[in-house]
Design a protein around this ligand. Structure first.
Ligand SMILES: NC(=O)c1ccc[n+]([C@@H]2O[C@H](COP(=O)([O-])OP(=O)(O)OC[C@H]3O[C@@H](n4cnc5c(N)ncnc54)[C@H](O)[C@@H]3O)[C@@H](O)[C@H]2O)c1
Length: 380
């Protein structure tokens, strides 16, 4: 039973930065009660936004918080609701609950709730403070750190958003007990990404602890979440606005986002990023930047974590399509495919300080075709 604290300082965060608290065994209810009491004494209004799955899993605790005076809104769960309509719903709820510029809004949920609430907070009355209580692996190790907020649009994912750091992040690992197996497993795509881009020791730790990960061993999870928060913190501290180093966090995401879009979001983000990492690692190998042994190790790690490393069968015959889909990516330009190449496990390729490689359409299509031949299509 312990709580660890990591401080994230960036140019735009306050001079003291913001704290990320990692609590291994208790649920966040006491923390939320105390928070409400603190704001009540300061005569400041607060509101809590969560989603329908969290409400179902933690109904009794949330009812108690509501009885204590927390205004609580549970938005419909899922990526399909990370949009302008839900943003407006949250804003209406905040207005009705007399949220003002001195108020704080709290996000309790996965990356969808965090991205939405952070974005609402960034623009509501030109910016109010918010706190993040991430409840999924993705949100704990990735989405809650770094201040990126936003929503999806019919034109692509995360295309409207803002940078707005939370005031505090409180990670309660106990919440992971109710996360569905598929969501839990998919979250490890981001964990694997952090190991591959920045930390070979984490890669080795993951390989050694596959069984502990599968049975959600608390000590193992605490070590993994802590390490991931530190990795993300180091990257975003150095490059808050994604002009350089932060691009390495996009490893696997250019192909991944394209596949996610192409599957009409039937492929989850984690599944798509995992295939994307295998593909982009393969491109790196074919371009002479990564050894074949490390490429194989990457594919093996993804498989051990129960993640996909090959293209799904439905994408067969649609090879040019991922290319078009990848062009929807914010980093792509009209005809060039951009991605962050990997040099070895734990290290990304930087050419002249740039962590972005540009491939012409033809070169991308050849590499993609080759990748599909290298790793046969998965059945589903
Ligand atoms: N801002 C960033 O830097 C950043 C980084 C990575 C991902 N993201 C975003 O995060 C989102 C993906 O995050 P996600 O995978 O958490 O998605 P999510 O919020 O949709 O959560 C996944 C599912 O798990 C459920 N869930 C979450 N926590 C639970 C718990 N403790 N118990 C039971 N059910 C729970 C949710 O209701 C949902 O159905 C994407 O929208 C992605 O764009 C943002």
């Amino acid at each position: 039973m312990s709580c660890q604290k990591i401080t994230v300082s960036t140019a735009s965060a306050s001079s003291t930065g913001y704290a990320v608290l990692i609590e291994d065994s208790s649920y966040p209810w006491e923390y939320l009660s105390k928070l409400h009491e603190k704001f009540r004494k300061e005569k400041k209004q607060v509101a809590l936004i969560t989603d329908s799955n969290m409400k179902r899993c933690y109904k009794a605790a949330l009812d108690e918080l509501r009885d204590e005076g927390w205004p609580i809104l549970a938005i419909a769960a899922g990526e399909g609701h990370k949009n302008a309509a839900t943003k407006e719903k949250i804003e209406t709820f905040l207005f009705k609950n007399k949220i003002t510029r001195s108020s704080t809004v709290v996000a309790l949920g996965g990356g969808v709730v965090g991205d939405l609430v952070g974005f609402v907070a960034a623009t509501f009355m030109r910016g109010i403070s918010w706190q993040s209580l991430p409840s999924s692996i993705v949100a704990m190790v990735d989405a809650s750190i770094g201040g990126k907020t936003g929503i999806d649009t019919p034109f692509g994912k995360n295309l409207v958003g803002s940078f707005h750091n939370p005031k505090e992040v409180y990670i309660s690992l106990a919440l992971l007990s109710t996360l569905r197996e598929k969501e839990y497993r998919n979250g490890f795509a981001e964990v694997a990404k952090h190991a591959l881009i920045a930390d070979r020791a984490l890669y080795q730790f993951l390989k050694k602890n596959i069984e502990n990960i599968q049975r959600r061993d608390m000590k193992t999870l605490q070590a993994i979440v802590r390490k991931n928060v530190l990795i993300k913190k180091n990257v975003v501290t150095e490059d808050e606005r994604e002009s350089g180093l932060r691009r390495i966090l996009n490893f696997g995401h250019t192909v991944g986002h394209g596949l996610e879009w192409l599957s009409a979001f039937k492929l989850s983000h984690g599944e798509a990023v995992s295939i994307g990492m295998a593909a982009e690692a393969y491109f790196s190998y074919k371009l002479g930047l990564l050894s074949h042994a490390d490429f194989q190790r990457i594919v093996e790690l993804l498989s051990c974590l129960g993640l996909r490393a090959s293209m799904p069968a439905w994408s067969h015959g649609k090879i040019p399509e991922p290319y078009k889909a990848c062009l929807l990516d914010k980093k792509a330009s009209a005809s060039v495919f951009c991605f962050s190449a990997i040099q070895s496990i734990g290290r990304m390729h930087a050419a002249g300080g740039e962590y972005l490689l540009h491939l012409e359409r033809r070169q991308f299509l050849l590499l993609m075709r080759d990748f599909c031949g290298q790793l046969p299509f998965a059945k589903t």
